[in-house]
Design a protein. Structure first.
Length: 369
């Protein structure tokens, strides 16, 4: 049996002919950087997410850094983030000379707003919720906290394309958010790629310049210090094509999550993520299916022996647990969560039958106690 966690060649093989046609078309036009394919893809994503502006960038991490910079974050400013996130969230803060301040994750693995509140000091300028696993945080509570303390909200929506809270899309709250198109993402390109979403025209214009060496596209003049972080036109063409079926991708992922939820019910040693439709506030797109499990490491080895691939997010450590980063914090709930979390395979190539086999194997592991 072989049920990989993610099958990169299959991602390519499933669309090979279409991809080659896109390479050929864009290559023959010589349309490699900031061309129509990018502009039309940006317009589609903006409409889909219900935001005024979407800007293709090199990757989500660059997008986060550019958003923080456009929002006026300066060296020494403190920015609160949830420690159960990719190091990229904190890295974007650190890159500006600002101070990443971690807070606890909650029982649904989203930012714990009480813990975020407790982390606020006189130097706090922004809060960065991560829309983890394709789910949006309680943005009512985060927006209320931000309003109370005059904080910018910058969303790490790398995993959240199409996820909603109260009908509003990830990336549409606060000053803006960033989507990642890393190959394993729900919408994944053939390399690196990202998108900044914002409703703020000044922020949009700032990042439009930042991503292209600080040049104002209207005049060509360099108006600010910038960088090179553009979404390649070929990647935009590929993403635009894959996006045609994005609703299908989301329903398939929600279907797989619903199957896991059904099959794993009653296994007392597990905590399952909220099922699709579990409440009316959230619309989850299941970038990941992250369970909590007793004896997680043994379960992982047991499944590996059966050829079933699983993954511990971030290698099983919260951001503040990497000692070389110099973030000192004690976040016991997050630390406990990281020791127990495991992602089961959920991707576009796994079959319903394989979801059944994975679930059955999990049950057998605990039944053998
Ligand atoms: C939560 C989160 N933040 C940030 C990133 C970084 O995205 P990118 O690789 O596009 O820079 C990722 C990507 O895995 C992520 O999952």
């Amino acid at each position: 049996m072989n049920i990989p966690f993610f099958n990169y060649p299959a991602h390519f093989n499933a669309h090979e002919e279409a991809f080659v046609a896109i390479f050929r078309d864009i290559g023959r036009r010589g349309a490699f950087i900031m061309q129509q394919d990018l502009r039309s893809f940006e317009a589609r994503i903006a409409e889909y997410c219900g935001v005024k502006h979407a800007l293709g960038v090199g990757n989500a991490t660059d997008g986060l850094e550019m958003l923080l910079k456009a929002g006026g974050i300066e060296p020494g400013d403190e920015v609160i983030f949830c420690a159960h996130t990719m190091v990229a969230t904190a890295g974007a803060i650190h890159a500006l000379g600002a101070v990443p301040v971690p807070c606890e994750t909650g029982p649904d693995h989203m930012m714990d707003v009480d813990s975020a509140r407790a982390a606020i000091t006189g130097k706090t300028r922004a809060i960065m919720p991560t829309q983890l696993n394709g789910r949006v945080c309680d943005m009512d509570a985060i927006q209320a906290l931000a309003a109370e303390h005059d904080l910018l909200i910058v969303e790490d929506s790398a995993q959240g394309l199409g996820a909603k809270f109260k009908g509003r899309s990830a990336g549409s709250f606060g000053v803006g958010g960033c989507i990642s198109f890393y190959p394993a993402k729900n919408l994944g390109c053939l390399g690196d790629g990202g998108m900044v979403l914002t409703n703020d025209s000044e922020i949009y214009h700032h990042i439009l310049c930042q991503r292209d060496h600080g040049r104002d596209p209207e005049t060509g003049d360099v108006v600010i210090w910038g960088r090179n972080s553009r979404l390649d036109n070929i990647q935009a063409g590929i993403l635009d094509y894959l996006f045609d079926d994005y609703d299908g991708i989301i329903s398939r992922r929600r279907h797989i999550a619903a199957l896991y939820d059904e099959y794993l019910q009653g296994v007392g040693e597990l905590v399952r993520p909220p099922a699709p439709g579990a409440d009316e506030l959230h619309f989850d797109v299941f970038q990941n299916y992250e369970i909590e499990a007793e004896r997680r490491d043994e379960l992982k080895s047991f499944l590996a022996q059966r050829g079933i691939g699983t993954l511990m997010q971030w290698g099983g450590k919260a951001v503040h647990e990497f000692p070389n980063l110099g973030i000192t914090a004690s976040l016991p709930f997050t630390e406990r969560t990281m020791r127990r979390s495991l992602m089961l395979p959920l991707n576009m190539t796994i079959t319903d039958e394989q979801v059944g086999i994975v679930s059955q194997s999990v049950k057998e592991f605990y039944a053998n106690d």
